[in-house]
Ligand binder design. Structure first.
Ligand code: AMP
Ligand code: MG
Length: 404
């Protein structure tokens, strides 16, 4: 059995980024920018007023009160186009360009004015409340570099840079194949011995959240013909995930049947709980992850291996779910040779660290505790027994890379 870190390294080693597409900026939040974004405009395009008030010459108001003649108005979207002379002022509003000849803004609050004349009550230095041209960026500047997940803030910047279309990685297509004679989809007629297939929906939701495009290949029966037929649907995908049928039981056919269809297994089984029967290989030219069928195993394997793989497919440096320290709320026994991922809740804080309580049952079929868990407690292989109050490591179970 290989370690979790070795498994991740093997999975990520040969993944190539998918191709790119051009999309409307309005659709680009959360997508991965594939080319540097170059500003198509200088912002602000000219020296602009940052306040409502009067554009004047600073020299004219060196002594106050100073009375100036109002010779025009400039509002946002408009301008005053004659050169300001000594003794003159232009009524100006936020976002309007500074008239030629003016060099500062006096805010309205520091004046008394009629239609024709303004009395300035406070002096102002040159450039006060003036946003110089190019303050934010200049045409030709690289505003954002490639290989970055676009956030709402980035969308704002790209819009200001006058970029209506962006080149992004297309969403990697991840084919999901569930296996098992016992499975039916939620809402379908279900017999007593059957169970509802929850995995594929869970993993599909994770894929979508990570920027991928899940393709549901359906549920294969536990026979060679059905598996073969359903797996053929992966031909247009960038990666194949199988769910279930990866263990050693008589009905676990994924490995043997897909081998006939071009699966070259790289590794099978890792030193991890849950998730031991994880398989990885190349399936007719695309990476394939064979995940165990229990929902908690599939979820944790997706979290640890699939999300970084989607990053790599998107041309990003694969991100790891970050680990942090926490305080254990109960005693735990020593660990065996497998890295352990245990569902837990955060029940408070202690000395600035989260206090976590493990669910008493850690069976990998149990979705209720998975749904209620706030984090996974991670224990290294052969970790010693710990008593309540000890420091341990956790991984938070929210989406690991919030895009805000
Ligand atoms: P397997 O890996 O096929 O041996 O499956 C392990 C356990 O997970 C069995 O109890 C299966 O019934 C269950 N299981 C397999 N696939 C799914 C699925 N898509 N949704 C929920 N449970 C599943
Ligand atoms: Mg099965």
């Amino acid at each position: 059995m290989i370690s979790v870190d070795e498994a991740r390294a093997k999975i990520l080693k040969d993944i190539k980024p998918v191709s790119t597409e051009v999309i409307a900026l309005a659709e680009a939040n959360g997508r991965v920018l594939a080319e540097d974004a170059v500003a198509r405009r200088t912002q602000p395009p000219a020296d602009m007023s940052a306040m409502d008030g009067f554009a004047v010459k600073a020299a004219d108001i060196a002594m106050v009160p100073a009375q100036l003649r109002i010779v025009g108005t400039a509002a946002a979207g408009g301008s005053h186009d004659t050169v300001l002379q000594t003794g003159e002022a232009v009524r100006i509003f936020t976002g309007a360009p500074l008239p030629d000849g003016a060099d500062t803004i006096v805010i309205q609050e520091d004046t008394e004015f009629t239609n024709d004349a303004v009395t300035v009550l406070e002096t102002a230095k040159v450039g006060r409340y003036v946003r110089p041209a190019g303050l934010d960026f200049r045409g030709g500047d690289i505003g954002l570099t490639a290989d970055r997940v676009l956030s709402p803030r980035d969308i704002g910047l790209l819009a200001a840079m006058n970029i209506p279309w962006v080149t992004v990685r297309r969403r990697p297509r991840i084919a999901l194949l569930s296996t098992g004679d016992e499975l039916v989809r939620p809402g379908e007629p279900v017999a007593r011995n059957q169970i509802i297939s929850s995995n594929s929906l869970l993993v599909a939701a994770m894929i979508r959240e990570a920027g991928g495009d899940p393709i549901d290949l359906g549920i294969a029966e536990d026979n060679a013909a059905s598996l073969r037929e359903k797996a053929a649907g992966a031909s247009s995908a960038d990666m194949l995930i199988t769910l279930g049928g990866a263990s050693v039981g008589d009905h676990d056919l994924v490995q043997s049947v897909l081998a006939e269809e071009g699966l070259a297994v790289d590794f099978w089984r890792i030193a991890m709980r849950p998730g031991k029967p994880l398989m990885f290989g190349d399936f007719a030219g695309i990476p394939m992850l064979g995940m165990p069928g229990n929902p908690v195993s599939s979820m944790i394997c997706s979290f640890l291996f699939l999300l970084p793989a989607i990053d790599a497919l998107c041309g990003l440096t694969p991100r790891q779910p970050p680990r942090q320290k926490a305080i254990l709320d109960q005693d735990i026994t020593a660990n065996d040779q497998r890295e352990d991922y245990m569902r837990a809740r955060i029940i408070g804080t202690k000395e600035g660290l989260p206090r976590v309580s493990l669910f008493p049952k850690q069976d990998s079929s149990m979705l209720s505790s998975l749904s209620r868990a706030d984090c996974l407690v991670v224990r290294a292989p052969f970790a010693a027994a710990l008593s309540a109050g000890s420091e341990i490591e956790i991984i938070l179970l929210r989406h690991p890379y919030p895009n805000v």
